[in-house]
Ligand binder design. Structure first.
Ligand code: IPD
Ligand code: CA
Length: 265
């Protein structure tokens, strides 16, 4: 089985394990703070253990970087890193808001730019987004791409949760000038939907997002033809450490980017 197939099977197993949990008492519970710094809920732990059990079962030689479990070395000679946010959008999942997903990626080195594979599963529907380096992005069996036509009105995904005053000031013109803003509460799934062409841009400039939340989205956006930039509008890259927090903008093309963030003259 190749790496992409392994991530897909792990993702499928998460879906089977958690699909009936959302919004029930089984999803909740408080297991203290995980490695990523948030409170781990039962649904997070169930999903992570499902992946860890599977990777052990098939003896996949890797280091797992999980949002809750932290760094787990499954081999002395790892082939690379499995970057796991087993449940992205945990708050939605626990309440029963049908917008949460799993995000699994594989990187050969300690950097985002070395990611070769990513899989994001919409855990409300079972639909699976996937990408492998150089092979395009897919939703289930169908190839997807960013929205290519000039939109009649732009759909602007923007994450402002917990943004500080300075960031809000920077975002104020975007918020004021655009009437179709969206924020659904699961960054990875929002990146996948951007890659599918459902939004024209997705903005998260809070400098809060963890590597686990964006790793699979990183390759799915790139392989779907999107621009993926940091807060200075340079190509996004970062190391995979637990301390790393990033800001990013995923844009369908340069024209959309310039329109949303006009360049200073
Ligand atoms: C969260 C979601 C959310 C974003 C938070 C993340 P989690 O991930 O992606 O959209 O606003 O910053 O922490 O905690 O549900 O895995
Ligand atoms: Ca999570």
């Amino acid at each position: 089985m190749d790496t992409n197939q392994i991530l897909k099977e792990a993702s499928r197993r998460i879906y089977e394990a958690v699909k009936d949990m959302a919004g029930t008492e089984k999803a909740a519970g408080n297991f203290g703070r995980g490695a990523g710094g948030d409170i781990s809920r039962n649904i997070d732990i169930t999903a992570e253990n499902t992946v860890l059990d599977y990777l052990k079962e098939i003896n996949f030689e890797c280091v797992v970087l999980g949002e809750e479990c932290g760094r787990v070395e499954l081999s002395d000679e790892p082939k690379g890193f499995v970057i796991m946010d087993a449940i992205d959008g945990s708050a939605n999942a626990v309440r029963g808001v049908p917008f949460f997903c799993s995000s699994l990626a594989f990187a050969t080195e300690n950097r985002l730019s070395s990611i070769t594979d990513g899989v994001i599963t919409n855990l409300s529907t079972g639909q699976m987004y996937s990408a492998s380096q150089g092979k395009g992005s897919f939703l289930d069996e169908k190839q997807i791409s960013i929205h290519k036509e000039k939109p009649l009105y732009k759909i602007v995904g923007i994450n402002t949760s917990g943004a500080n005053q300075e960031i809000m000031k920077k975002l104020q013109p975007v918020i004021q000038n655009h009437s179709h803003l969206r924020h659904f509460g699961a960054n990875a799934l929002e990146m996948a939907m951007f890659a599918q062409g459902l939004m024209d841009i997705f903005i998260d400039l809070r400098n809060k997002i963890r590597i686990q939340d964006i790793a699979a989205g990183y390759i799915i956006v790139k392989e779907a033809g999107g621009l993926l930039l940091d807060e200075k509008f340079n190509t996004l890259d970062a190391d995979l450490s637990y301390e790393t927090r990033v800001s990013f903008v995923a844009a369908a093309n340069q024209e959309i980017l310039d329109d949303i963030f006009p360049r200073e003259k």
